[in-house]
Design a protein around this ligand. Structure first.
Ligand code: SAM
Ligand code: SF4
Length: 324
């Protein structure tokens, strides 16, 4: 459906849990957070029902995220349920990869279309420092499993955050050696993300050009997403940039987010939207739920205001509660 500014909302990001098996510095505090109780989380049946309503309004792409989505049991059941919703063309997963190798067969059988794997460094001790867990081998095992799965679209997501400056070139080299996209996601000043240094697209591109030569234009993804892609001589895959701060893309934003607790968020930076879980718990029928979704999307904010004065409606959640 179109929002008030004529943006076509086709992409729903669903967080299935706020829990995680890592503690990335820009996302979660070392001690973790008070987990949302199981009873306050949408059931898979509720998620599938809501996805059907979004699909009827024009959503055709779903991404499952978290927290770490694979820590929630039976995610393949949810993938299969969403794949069966009329109008949904693709179901994707964003994961840190630790549990991926074991769960991939079930996810593939359920029809998963692609995986974005978050990896900020290939250096084991730096990974342990950035994520506060010594789990790089398991993340790489997950990446290898994804790359070995026929037909699965695989992307690596890296957030440059200062500490990993010297790892950006080795990470980009994954796209030289393997047929995958490596994307650099600008650190957003949300929650703990405000505490680390941001590296802009231009800064990262300069580092990559020094290592690989001049960036070459290449085909863009064609999914209406905000990624801007280049490649380098001899590369099999692409390198992408998602630069919400330095290259704001709100004017073409096509997405909304559903938190694990059932709140429909219409903008990453603002605490605005509608509590669909409360409506479900109150017994709302599909007509009432659809009307609430329509109202919330119609009021989707024009854009974020990172770097400007805070407002009363700024997001107070950390990224593990939002889903990235
Ligand atoms: N646990 C999964 C993972 O890490 O892929 C899914 C959830 S995580 C919140 C989704 C994405 O958000 C990850 O790629 C993570 O690096 C990114 N992220 C978290 N905090 C961020 C921030 N402040 N700015 C930009 N990206 C952030
Ligand atoms: Fe967990 Fe993902 Fe946040 Fe890291 S970025 S703490 S893996 S939710």
């Amino acid at each position: 459906m179109l929002d008030a500014l004529g943006r076509n909302i086709r992409y729903l990001r669903i967080s299935v849990t706020d829990r995680c098996n890592l503690r990335c510095r820009y996302c979660m505090p070392a001690e973790g957070v008070a987990w949302v109780d199981h009873t306050a989380i949408l059931t898979y049946e509720q998620v599938v029902r809501l996805t059907g309503l979004f699909a009827a309004l024009g959503v055709d792409k779903v991404r499952l995220t978290g927290g770490e989505p694979l820590v929630r049991r039976g995610l393949d059941r949810l993938v299969a349920g969403i794949k069966a919703v009329a109008g949904i063309k693709g179901v994707y997963l964003t994961t840190n990869g630790l549990l991926l190798a074991g769960q991939l067969p079930g996810l593939l059988a359920a029809g998963l279309d692609g995986v974005n794997l978050s990896l900020d460094t290939l250096d084991r001790s730096q990974y342990a420092s950035l994520t506060r867990r010594d789990e790089l081998p398991r993340a790489l095992e997950g990446l290898e499993a994804a790359l070995a799965a026929p037909g699965l679209r695989v992307k690596v997501n890296c957030v440059p955050c200062g500490e990993n400056d010297r790892q950006l070139v080795p990470l980009a080299a994954l796209a030289r050696d393997r047929a995958l996209s490596v994307r650099f996601i600008e650190l957003m000043p949300i929650g703990l993300g405000s505490a680390l240094p941001r590296r802009t697209e231009e800064e990262v591109l300069t580092m990559l050009e020094q290592a690989f030569g001049p960036a070459l234009p290449c085909s863009q993804e064609g999914d209406g997403g905000p990624g801007r892609y280049v490649t380098f001589p001899g590369f099999q895959g692409k390198v992408g940039f998602i630069s919400a701060v330095s290259h704001q893309f709100c004017q073409s934003c096509n997405r909304v987010r559903l938190t694990a607790a059932g709140f429909l968020k219409t903008c990453l930076q603002y605490d605005c939207g509608v509590d669909l879980k409360a409506l479900l718990d109150a017994g709302a029928d599909n007509g009432a739920l659809t009307a609430a979704i329509r109202r919330a999307i119609a009021q989707k904010p024009e854009g974020h205001h990172f770097g400007q004065a805070p407002t009363r409606r700024d997001e107070g959640r950390n990224m593990n509660q939002i889903g990235g």
